[in-house]
Design a protein around this ligand. Structure first.
Ligand code: AMP
Length: 435
């Protein structure tokens, strides 16, 4: 019989076994972000609906079809965030961060919501980790972002990465390019999907994000000739910027390849756009992407402030890590306290005390010695502490190394020191733990 309640379509539960790997990945990300000098920002999971229409663009897939929009009891028009750059920029303006320092390096991690058709690698609630570098138009910022982006993937064990890159120019150069796209697609207009025909009028670049198979086939139709390229329609400054970014990436030996069809799904991007794909994931292969958004903060009513950022889909990253069997943390060294009838109270007290420093389990059902030893074996603990009555009275504890089977007695007073030597402490993790 199906359970009465199930997680809503497109959402899922992450159970403890899976979360070990998630936490490992998040911890690695935090380390890398800290080394680059980025600081965390947390913004609300819902914002004014209009924040997203103004930034992502009315014609974007996200706004047209994927928004979790709702009216609250106070009649406010709100939406669950489909992405977080808009929220971060809203907070940047609201708190006058631009007045506190010229450049801000920020990161976030949290759930985003999009009402798409659920499938492998695509959920309605999914987790993104992202970073934003706000306050400078310098190409060096784009290079830092892409290098951080690649370093995060390397910290998760990805190798031989090639970043797909393009420039989407400025709004003005994009208009020229849009006209070229429109002219190119004109002979095939009637063969485009209804959505793409509409987008061709409103925002021709969005046609390139189409997921419709017939549209995709058309882009490669020889009869139309080669698709016009954004890079051929760039204004001079965007071209200079593009060349400088590529030169910067070359200096760092970061591999990239130009993808002329890459326009990113949201309207706020300017100049640099980049993405990383893993083809083993099938249709939903994008692991992350980002780009420059020089007009976004001004569009939201802030002072003209350039920015560049990216976001990474952690669900997909974790899917790849799991496929490869990578990233599972070594379980923390832990202790199982085994009591006799006469030492149960002392065992509880000892467990309580040791938990200030170590991961400790204890039998809470007053079961017999054999059952407790069996649980200790199954628990994955490294050590069983056996509180025999005689030993305890002598000020000693029996200690069994569950990995080697070796047994010894240790003086009660020296116990914490001894465990520290064997396991490392919570404050000072054992080598290899969580690595
Ligand atoms: P985007 O801003 O749309 O490029 O999203 C950044 C990354 O988030 C993508 O590259 C994906 O890895 C991930 N992502 C986007 N939408 C979803 C989704 N519905 N389910 C899971 N991951 C997603």
């Amino acid at each position: 019989m199906a359970p009465k309640h199930q997680a809503p379509r497109g959402t899922r539960d992450l159970l403890p076994d899976e979360l070990d790997r998630w936490q490992w990945a998040e911890a690695r990300a935090r380390e890398v972000l800290a080394r680059y000098g980025y600081r965390e920002i947390r913004t609300p999971m819902f914002e004014d609906y209009e924040l997203f229409t103004r930034t992502s663009g009315e014609a974007s897939e996200v706004v047209q079809k994927e928004m979790y929009r709702f009216t609250d009891l106070g009649k406010r028009e709100l939406a669950l965030r489909p992405e977080n750059t808009a929220g971060v920029c809203r907070a940047y303006i609201e708190h006058g961060l631009g007045g506190r320092a010229r450049i801000h390096r920020l990161w976030y991690l949290g759930p985003m919501f999009r009402y798409g058709r659920p499938q492998k690698g695509r959920y309605r609630q999914f987790q993104q980790a992202g970073a934003e570098l706000i306050g400078t138009p310098a190409p060096g910022a784009d290079v830092e972002m892409i290098s951080l982006f690649v370093d995060l993937f390397e910290a998760w064990g990805f190798r031989d990465l090639v970043v797909a890159m393009n420039s989407v120019g400025t709004p003005a150069s994009r208009r020229t390019y849009g006209d070229a796209l429109r002219a190119w697609l004109a002979p095939a207009r009637s063969r485009l999907s209804a959505d793409s025909q509409r987008r061709l009028e409103v925002n021709p670049l969005r046609v390139l994000d189409s997921r419709d198979d017939a549209d995709l086939a058309l882009f490669h139709d020889d009869a139309l000739g080669t698709m016009p390229r954004m890079l051929d329609h760039l204004d001079v400054e965007s071209r200079v910027h593009w060349d400088a970014v590529l030169a910067g990436l070359e200096t760092l030996a970061i591999r990239c390849e130009v993808d002329h069809g890459l326009v990113r799904g949201l309207d706020y991007y300017t100049r640099t756009a980049f993405e990383l794909h893993d083809r083993s994931l099938g249709a939903q292969s994008a692991l992350g992407g980002g780009g420059r958004y020089d007009g976004l903060i001004e569009e939201l009513g802030g002072p003209p402030t350039p920015g560049v950022g990216f976001s990474i889909g952690l669900d997909r990253v974790l899917m790849v890590l799991e496929q490869r069997g990578e990233g599972a943390p070594v379980p923390a060294g832990s202790v199982f306290v085994v009591a006799m009838d006469a030492t149960r109270v002392e065992a509880t007290r000892l467990t309580h005390e040791l938990r200030r420093e170590f991961a400790v389990e204890q039998d809470i059902e007053s079961r017999g010695f054999g059952a407790q030893m069996k649980s200790a074996g199954k628990s994955g603990a490294r050590v069983a502490l056996i509180l025999g009555e005689d030993e305890w009275q002598r000020g000693e504890v029996g200690l069994k190394d569950l990995a080697t089977g070796e047994q010894r007695t240790v003086a009660r007073d020296a116990l914490a020191q001894y465990l520290r030597g064997m396991l490392g402490s919570a404050a000072e993790p054992a080598a290899g733990r969580g690595a």
